[in-house]
Write a protein that binds this ligand. Sequence first.
Ligand SMILES: Cc1ncc(COP(=O)(O)O)c(C=O)c1O
Length: 399
Amino acid sequence: MDLFAKCTLDDRPDVYRAMGIYPYFHEIEANHGPTVTIGGHEVIMAGSNNYLGLTKHPDVIAASQKAAAEYGTSCSGSRFLNGNYVIHIAFEEELADWVGVEKCLAFTSGFLTNQGIIPTMVGKGEYVVSDKDNHASIVAGTLIAKALAAEVKRYRCNDMDNLSKVLNTIPEGAPTLVVSDAVFSMSGIVVHLPELVKRSKAKGARIMIDEAHSLGVLGKTGRGVAEHYGMKNGRDIDIVMGTFSKSFASLGGFCGGPKEVIDFIKHHSMALIFAASMPPSAVAAAHAALKIIKREPERVEQLHKNALYARQGLRSVGFTIPDDPTPIIPVVIGDDTKTFQFSHRLLQEGVFVNPVISPAVPQGMQLLRTFFMATHEKKHLDHVVESFAKVGHELGVLE
Ligand SMILES: Cc1ncc(COP(=O)(O)O)c(C=O)c1O
């Protein structure tokens, strides 16, 4: 059979295009922050990770433009060789101080960061123990580690008894890394960090936490999941991973930890050594965002107020909504076609959300994922809730 034959076997995109409800790759014509323009209409953006609303902040835009003018539009090479600029270093130093780790190392994307850390830290005869609902970039990192002869084990999402059970199958003293998302990106659930730390440390394992959806979000000052629980990076979490594509209004990722670990990753990670570095404009944008997060913690507070308001609103009109204190709010629909119909109707009502189907979530758990921002106004949140209620009744999802 020809290699390309499979490309026409899955006809689902065409089926949903023919039905007029295909929900992916929408063409966004303009970004106004809490709203965007699609097809000439302004709609509320309730499907973006721009949690603190900083992508349109004048300081972030000005810093990004200045860096492009000063250092050029690309570094044209990897950190390892010709793409390591003074602005990368200055940003990493301030970030390490804020996160509370000895050193940070910036990668070109969050995805590459997970692919860069895991196979570098876990090799032949060593173990990586990963939550089953971890992000695809962690899965990709574990698959590379496995190809390099590491042992990969998984445990049920946020199930700490199951984590212990899995840890108990590992030979005593074998080098082990336990990896979890801080906030699971499909469900908005927060990791049970105190238990995860207790059980992993009891077995002598190291702990890595992906803070993609928790930096700038969890904790009073947005420092992430450790701050949320009154714990400490560097003491309770060994390796902190984060992205700059969400609260930091840019593109890129980083890992933070003890200086010898970061130096090791610097000299051994393929994803760092063989990928061109974050461009100057992206470094400067993320650095400017960090300064804003530090000086305006009230943005984090506003984000939580908005998420709580939206959560309570969606609940009040009849949806079952989890309790976790994050701006990721899933609304389970439970069927592919209905999920797509729902998101299509929401867009017609002026609300953009993310439809999520299998394999990103299990069959029966197909959902509409909403994200809220600090810069959403009350009128936006009210319109989202009213539209969900209207379409929910129309499609028979609500009684
Ligand atoms: C938990 C998690 N980790 C890593 C990533 C990858 O980050 P990026 O999209 O910035 O490459 C994402 C992206 O959505 C994520 O949700």
